[in-house]
Design a protein around this ligand. Structure first.
Ligand SMILES: [Zn+2]
Length: 356
């Protein structure tokens, strides 16, 4: 049995408010717990988007009542909320800037909006950005111009990881994360008969891109799931929304990579606990750990998951390594596939004191 710290996922979509048929704060945090996480940071592209005091309080109220594990809530950067967002910074997981089109209405096309947020957001609080290809080059330049460190979400392409590598070497304050579907799948995995199941942003990319991510593992600060659940009916519809569920498969894909010798346990802990805690300035959770049986071989099946979306792009994948137990603040909250925690036992990470 291996004992590891509780894992942190800095990038998940829990769909509440607005789309609770896909997920809510209860099912999403149960899914996180079953995946070995004890902290989830939730993205703001809900309906309404989390972009002001009112929408933040809707999400925070639901989260306080329903969460099984600790959580943070991002504020979305909109076209007219730079000052409001900055006021909410101490209570937020961070600011999320959508610089390219994805699911939801928070896309910031105009550079003036980028400027307003970068100028106003307090420097001590994290900024996470969705920035692909040329948007990445642009935000790196502006982060230097306004002296605001940025965290680049779900890096997928060779050109992007190489740019971040060079930026880091030049001393630019940038960190980044990669999602498991970009490390373990390529565009060849998009099902021909149901291509909607392969829709995700950034898209599934080429084998060359995937190889560049593995070759530049040292540049990757975090493994984030980008858990983005949609129902199977939505995924196979005429207009499939982008996104994959990932909370209950990420740890296992990485443990399997450890069993194959592609990663070490230290690589995993650095990117699933140490770095996310540092980058997002998260408090330490006392007496909190997870226990793993590294030898247990099994097959991923959506029927055995807690997420409400009911499918996984990794259906039928054979993996080695299984979560046995999760202990949060000294209490067993998950054991042998069963959730033992009570809803509402999760805390907002911005309200946990650092000495707690
Ligand atoms: Zn996302």
């Amino acid at each position: 049995m291996i004992k590891l710290p509780g894992l942190i996922d800095p990038h998940v979509h829990l769909r509440e408010p607005g789309a609770t048929h896909k997920e809510d704060w209860a099912s999403g945090t149960q899914s996180g717990l079953a995946g070995g996480y004890t902290i989830l940071l939730a993205m703001p592209n809900t309906d309404p988007p989390i972009a002001d005091e009112y929408s933040y309080s809707i999400a925070a109220t639901a989260a306080n009542k329903k969460s099984y594990i600790d959580f943070g809530i991002f504020i979305g950067a909109g076209k007219d909320n730079a000052l409001t967002a900055a006021d909410l910074a101490p209570r937020a997981a961070g600011l999320k800037m959508y610089l390219d089109q994805t699911y939801g209405p928070l896309h910031l096309e105009n550079l003036t909006f980028w400027q307003q947020h970068l100028k106003n957001w307090p420097v001590d609080y994290p900024i996470a950005v969705h920035a692909e290809r040329r948007s990445l080059a642009a935000i790196l330049f502006m982060s230097v111009l306004y002296n605001k460190p940025v965290h680049i979400c779900h890096v997928a392409r060779k050109e992007e990881i190489l740019l971040i590598k060079d930026a880091k070497e030049k001393g630019v304050k940038v960190t980044c994360e990669v999602a498991p579907h970009h490390l373990f799948m390529t565009d060849e995995d998009i099902p021909q008969d149901e291509p909607g199941r392969g829709e995700v942003r950034p898209c599934l990319v080429s084998k060359k891109d995937q190889e560049a991510l593995w070759e530049n593992l040292a540049v990757i600060d975090c493994f984030a799931s980008d858990h983005a659940p949609h129902t199977l009916a939505e995924k196979i519809s005429a207009s499939p929304p982008p996104g994959f569920p990932g909370l209950e498969t990420s740890l296992y894909l990485y443990l399997n990579a450890v069993s194959e010798g592609r990663l070490t346990i230290d690589d995993l802990v650095l990117r699933m606990e140490t770095n996310p805690r540092k980058i997002f300035r998260l408090p330490r959770q006392t007496e909190t750990w997870i226990e793993i049986d590294p030898e247990f071989s099994w097959e991923i099946k959506a029927t055995n998951t807690y997420t409400r979306c009911g499918w996984t792009p990794f259906e039928g994948w054979k993996v080695k390594g299984r979560l046995k137990r999760v202990i949060l603040r000294g209490e067993t909250v998950f054991e042998d596939g069963e959730i033992v925690a009570k809803p509402g036992s999760g805390r907002n990470v911005r309200l946990i004191s650092t000495s707690d």
